[in-house]
Design a protein around this ligand. Sequence first.
Ligand code: TRP
Length: 367
Amino acid sequence: MPHATESTLPSGAAPADALGTSAARARSEVLEKQIRKEPGRFRVLTGDRPTGQLHLGHYFGTLHNRVRLQDLGVEMFVLIADYQVLTDRDVADNLTGHVEELVLDYLAVGIDPARATIFTHSAIPALNQLLLPFLSLVSVAELRRNPTVKDEITHSRQSSVSGLMFTYPVHQAADILFCKANLVPVGQDQLPHLELTRTVARRFNDRYGQGHSVFPEPEALLSRAPLLLGTDGGKMSKSRGNAVTLAADADETARLLRGAKTDSERHITYDPANRPEVSSLVLLAALCQDRSPHEVADDIGPAGAGALKKCVTEAVNEYLAPIRARRAQYAQDRGYLRQVLRQGNERANTIAEATRNEVRQAMNNHY
Ligand code: TRP
């Protein structure tokens, strides 16, 4: 799989170091080597908000990487963050449906419930209980400073900001620390939350650990995946109608990609800085075909945008065909989906209760 370097990111991306990205990237390279050497040393927690079906941006951004880590032998927890949906909206619409869609997407891409624990945080009382002591470890000023939360408040359509919006990063610390995960694969927007999680772990250990660590300080594994744009050239997002979902059929995929924004230059090149829309399409074809984007662009060259779109459509549909077939098969069996969640939640509950008991001991709640 070709990996993009910093310079291939679209020019609109956040300045590389605003969030400590370059240090995290360097550290991630070291971690990658350790994972290949000793996968058994790592426990990964990752997750998604259940707000809709996952799309190609999620796939090449994180899902593909989760399956890779799972297959390397890393222990995996996959969280469906159902409470976190309520940070920027009053009511979580069709929550059960969205949760089941996520489970379907996970199973379809190859997350294996025999090896990975798939769970919903609302079903894990002892995880949620950690929120109270954790909140006591952070200041209001720290919560206010979080750049990702600030950005989400700016883009929220709610008329007022809820308490959950400010405190969900602490809840996210509980998501990660309840199972003592030591590795969290993230995109750069999640780095402030991970930093807060490390702070919570450190302060808990200092205040209550009596010389030993109750919690590890988990590390970020920054995704090496390049950024794909939506078909309108903006951020890829289901709600903008500019994303090919894993669940879409071949015709829908063709329709969406046929309408993709390109530019007026006929000759196709791979030049993300100057031609973001065309380059994102080239990159998508390249990812699906496991080729370099330059090679794909050279092949199409003078044939122009029409040929590029045809090539991308075929590449995507071919790549997704087995994933879509598996997805359709699992969708027939809602009972199985519920069983996957029930088993995942049961396992997460056992682990959360053990951690919560340890926390109660450490905090002198001996009654
Ligand atoms: N904040 C993540 C997102 O919006 C979802 C999430 C919740 C998460 N808890 C987490 C991710 C813990 C990693 C670890 O996508």
